[in-house]
Design a protein around this ligand. Structure first.
Ligand code: CA
Length: 618
């Protein structure tokens, strides 16, 4: 398949139009730019855009493909076509003909592809995986020639935390070996579709074209090739998608298809960020509406996906990227900010096409009750039924940081972390939450733990062994920390070695501080061990109330028990093992997964001061 960017598609259409030159091309683009035969849903909605497109009459002449409905919205420049595609239709080019007043004014050969074998049954990321989160602008610059393509509005300046730094898909592709060695099995990239915004375009959450990889990252084909190359190394690719809002420079903003395409056209109406209004039995409707309908910022207009054409557009866009690039999952930004009925429909429709794909939603709240509301299988008092398999475990992230940082009292420190896990009863499936110590929006872990390497190791040992699917933020393996709390550009600093001339290189180890190199080796050991530790993937969790600064838990599955002991105390602890008989019925010999040394577990176990001990017993 060729490059189905807007420009290429436009060129094809222009050629088709050539016969009737002089007048402007009635069709500038058709979204999605291609489709596949063999989805559960046989209906495909095409958004046709061009001057006066709503006045056109379309027809299709192709065996097994029928035009079943034409919809016109408020703008005169959009036409929505619903095609029905038989499962037996042959892949090929579907001829679309557009007439005005009976005269043919445009033709388009619409690509209908064959799906990859096994596409529907693809396995999404799960508890066996470790996700590595990369912000592509800040990881590695593999192609300096694409740093500032002609026409881009934002500026490039590595000293400016809010500017573009030049990282790209080629940079990631060049370092897949590094990720594989680190023990990573999934790659979550913050959004890489076009953000043609004049400022802060690097973060990716202000989308201006849903079907085009931002040229500063590469081409659509480069993204697909990255997914293929990663998969060859046993690494899946997770796309970060945004359905709540778009960028203010989105091409729709110049000509909104319908009056209800946005929740409100008024940028001054901002979300109040009160997530709880969705569940709050006492919430005023005016507050709930403001949460859902307000803009995320003045550069991120709020979409109204209850418009059926827009809702379908967003569903198809997600499916298009999964199928096109062969993805293993979706991370869904600002999940609860959209109309919850739409989100249930969205996830339901995506999962109908890919029943084993994983989707993880961002609901940035630290209360498990508010997060659990959104997980598939949850029985909610208000009757809301969600289809979202996984959520980011923000409550546990906050509890982990507090557990490590705060003094141990009955209600703080490790005891509070221990008690937080009791609230897992609220989740239908806590094992499938994504757990993490930091992400691209939070302060970095190493800053949060006061640049304390021992606490950092405890956090990483915990993330690698706790129930859930671990996620590691790029650079955390090198003890990267932001210096200024809350400063986004500082959190999202460049990975060392990703740019020519960098003083240190995290990929090769050249010039790294010894403690950064040691941290990287520590995490590499843990993650590579985790690959082959079924008890951590699928085992039970039993934990024991923290005592004297020591928190002990076990993961167990037939044939394997993993013991984890976090000792936050400043002194060595001699841990009497009699208390753990439920998990360790008798004397055994295990292996310390970091040192590789044999460990006899008889009457007691000595824990060094301020240490994380992980013992694998088979
Ligand atoms: Ca570049």
């Amino acid at each position: 398949m060729g490059e189905w960017s807007r420009r290429a598609a436009g060129l094809v259409l222009l050629l088709a139009w050539a016969a009737c030159a002089a007048a402007p091309a009635p069709i500038e683009r058709i979204d999605p730019p291609s489709w596949w035969v063999g989805f559960e849903s046989r209906t495909l909605e095409l958004m046709v855009h061009g001057p006066g497109a709503a006045a056109l009459a379309a027809s299709v002449d192709y065996p097994g493909v029928r035009l079943v409905r034409t919809t016109r919205a408020d703008s005169p420049n959009y036409l929505f076509l619903d095609l029905e595609i038989d499962p037996g239709a042959a892949p090929g080019r579907v001829p679309l003909t557009f007439r005005r007043g009976g005269r043919v004014v445009a033709r388009h050969a619409y690509p209908l592809e064959a799906r990859r074998p096994g596409s529907r049954e693809r396995q999404g990321f799960d508890t066996r995986d470790v996700i590595y989160l990369v912000m592509p602008d800040r990881f590695a610059n593999g192609d300096p020639s694409n740093d500032q393509p002609p026409g881009t509005l934002d500026h490039v300046d590595r000293r400016d935390g809010g500017a573009r730094h030049g990282g790209d898909l080629a940079g990631i592709a060049a370092h897949l070996d590094y990720l594989e060695r680190l023990g990573v099995t999934q790659l979550w990239l913050t959004p890489v579709v076009e953000n043609a915004q004049p400022a802060f375009s690097y973060h990716g959450y202000a989308i201006t074209d849903h079907y085009r990889i931002d040229p500063r990252y590469g081409r659509n084909e480069d993204y697909r090739e990255l997914a293929r190359a990663a998969r060859e190394r046993g690494i899946g690719l997770i796309a970060d998608i945004v359905v709540n809002h778009i960028g203010s420079q989105h091409w729709w903003m110049r000509d909104l298809p319908a009056r209800d395409w946005l929740s409100t056209a008024d940028p001054r109406v901002r979300t109040n960020h009160h997530h709880s209004t969705v569940q709050d039995p006492y919430a005023a409707e005016v507050d709930r509406r403001q949460y859902i309908d307000g803009w995320f910022s003045d550069t991120m207009p709020d979409l109204h996906p209850m418009n059926p054409q827009l809702g379908t557009y967003l569903v198809q866009n997600a499916i298009w990227w999964i199928e096109y690039a062969d993805l293993s999952g979706l991370r869904i930004d600002t999940y609860s900010y959209s109309d919850k009925r739409f989100m249930a429909d969205f996830t339901g429709r995506v999962r109908r096409e890919y029943p084993r794909l994983n989707l993880v939603g961002e609901e940035w709240r630290n209360d498990p009750a508010l997060v659990a509301y959104w997980q598939a299988g949850k029985s909610n008092p208000d009757g809301y039924v969600s289809n979202l398999p996984s959520l980011m475990d923000f409550p546990l992230q906050a509890a982990l940081l507090g557990g490590l940082r705060d003094p141990d009292r009955w209600n703080s420190g490790l005891p509070a972390l221990y008690e937080r896990l009791a609230e897992d009863f609220l989740y239908p499936d806590p094992r499938h939450l994504v757990i993490f110590a930091d992400n691209h929006d939070t302060d970095r872990l190493f800053l949060e733990v006061g640049r304390d390497e021992a606490l950092w190791r405890m956090a990483m040992a915990w993330v690698a062994t706790m129930r859930g699917i671990p996620q590691i933020l790029y650079g955390t393996e090198l003890l990267m920390a932001n210096d200024r709390p809350g400063d986004d550009g500082d959190k999202r600093r460049d990975f060392p070695g990703g740019w020519p001339g960098d003083a240190a290189d995290g990929f090769t180890g050249r010039g790294l501080e010894p403690r950064a190199a040691a941290a990287q080796a520590y995490l590499r050991t843990l993650l590579n061990w985790r690959r082959g530790a079924p008890a951590v993937h699928a085992g039970t969790l039993r934990h024991y109330a923290p005592e004297d600064g020591v928190y002990v838990y076990f993961r167990a599955l037939a044939g394997e028990t993993v013991m984890v002991a976090l000792n936050k105390a400043d002194a060595e602890r001699r841990l009497a093992l009699a208390r753990f008989r439920e998990s360790l019925p008798g004397p055994v010999v295990g292996r310390d997964v970091v040192s590789g040394a044999a460990v006899e577990l008889n009457d007691s176990l000595t824990l060094p001061a301020r240490s994380a001990t992980v013992i694998d017993i088979r």
